[in-house]
Design a protein around this ligand. Structure first.
Ligand SMILES: Nc1ccn([C@@H]2O[C@H](COP(=O)(O)OP(=O)(O)OP(=O)(O)O)[C@@H](O)[C@H]2O)c(=O)n1
Ligand SMILES: [Mg+2]
Length: 386
């Protein structure tokens, strides 16, 4: 058997990028030989094994034949006769279809190195069609390698796949997995642009797709704002829930989309707080202590201060996505954080004990605590004037 390194690790090494996860392809071996050599089978359907020591994935060279629409209709052919070139032919992109032999020699029948130099994302063969997840993979790779363009023939292939209903058959978990990874790249706007260009956005994120052409003059519609907001969230190294909330911010109630994509609870919760409170936060510059405490309480900021930091980050990205505001300061953020700190410094147990000593009960105790917070915020912010 011959073992070649393939995929992202070869690509990233050629780009001079750090390599973490390595993939290998094995030519001329049967599953039985792999197991006899100590490799561990990963699943019963995929001809993939883990190396006994490194645990890196070793896949038998294979050809894929699609038998039905969507993600499930695969039949694999992985026999010792499948050649390296055949295996490379069924891969997604030319830059991912370069193999490296143990002696360092590169096997690159689809000119992936040329496309790396020309900075082009190009499909290898028509076999690209056989896996619609590749549309999302390409979109998220565009968000990572943002100076790469997409080959026109690849874009039209993707358009055809979308028109044939291929992305409608994707399971939500796979969609979210790729979207989440793309959101975490350095230029998430590129993923959205690619999804929009091939029509996949209208199928997968129709609420978001509708933002284009809504609102201001061309170049400043809600879609353009969304792209700027997301890239700013990446520039500020925001965590995933913040980026997801940036995505859903003006796209109507976030819950239907969150449920459809089965996003993690923290992503959904943050998006929902923002849908409710974003406007109040933007307007909070002139709010007095009582209003600020009410806002903090509605955001559950006293119990979840870390989430409130994320809430404010989304609001900052939104404010700075307005034309010409990219480098503007966002005073609402330090002011609300100072208010939160002051409100949290109130010793609620002591206030409650004092209220009870004065004969106050039930909801009345809560009102004392609330008032103590308002007083603390007023003292910190100088009666709301700063
Ligand atoms: N739907 C897919 C998934 C994977 N691959 C092939 O399998 C390789 C390894 O896949 P994976 O590790 O998922 O992605 P990488 O390209 O290595 O990218 P990343 O840096 O995100 O790991 C890819 O390079 C590509 O050749 C593919 O053709 N089609
Ligand atoms: Mg990989």
């Amino acid at each position: 058997m011959q073992i070649y390194e393939v995929g992202g690790a070869v690509r990233d090494a050629l780009l001079g990028l750090p390599v973490n996860d390595r993939d290998w392809v094995v030519v001329g071996a049967t599953p039985e030989q792999m197991m006899a050599a100590g490799y561990l089978p990963v699943g019963k359907d995929f001809p993939v094994f883990l190396h006994p020591d490194t645990r890196e994935e070793h896949a038998l060279a294979r050809t894929e034949r699609k038998t039905a629409r969507g993600y499930h209709g695969f039949a694999f052919q992985a026999t010792p006769e499948v050649t390296l070139e055949e295996d490379l032919a069924r891969r997604d992109l030319t830059i991912n279809a370069i193999a490296r032999a143990p002696d360092g020699r590169l096997i690159d029948p689809y000119h992936g190195q040329r496309d790396l130099r020309a900075r082009v994302l190009r499909h290898v063969t028509e076999a690209f069609r056989e896996d619609p997840v590749r549309i999302l993979r390409l979109a998220r790779l565009a968000a990572r390698f943002h100076d790469f363009s997409i080959a026109p023939e690849t874009l039209s292939l993707m358009r055809g796949m979308v028109a044939d209903g291929e992305v409608d058959a994707l399971v939500p978990e796979r969609v979210w997995q790729e979207l989440a990874r793309g959101l975490m790249e350095s230029r998430p706007s590129r993923m959205l642009e690619v999804l929009r260009a091939c029509g996949a956005m209208a199928r997968l994120l129709p609420e978001v797709d509708r933002l284009w052409g809504v609102g201001q003059a061309a170049g400043d519609d809600l879609g353009s704002r969304l792209l700027r907001r997301l890239d700013l969230s990446a520039r500020l190294a925001a965590p995933l829930p913040v980026r997801f909330a940036c995505l859903t911010l003006q796209a109507g109630p976030p819950r239907p989309m969150a449920e459809r994509l089965r996003v993690p609870t923290e992503c959904r919760d943050l998006a929902e707080v923002l849908a409710r409170e974003q406007a109040s936060i933007q307007d909070s510059a002139s709010a007095g202590p009582a209003e600020l405490v009410a806002l903090l309480e509605r955001c559950d900021a006293l119990r979840k201060p870390q989430r409130f930091v994320d809430v404010l980050l989304v609001c900052e990205c939104e404010a700075r996505s307005l034309p010409g505001m990219q480098d503007a300061p966002y005073p609402q953020r330090p002011r609300l954080l100072a208010a939160l700190e002051a409100a949290r410094s109130v010793d609620t147990a002591r206030i409650a004990a004092r209220a009870q000593a004065a004969g106050v009960q039930g909801r009345g105790v809560g009102e004392w605590v609330h008032q103590a917070r308002v007083d603390a915020v007023a003292a910190r912010l100088g009666n709301g004037s700063s």
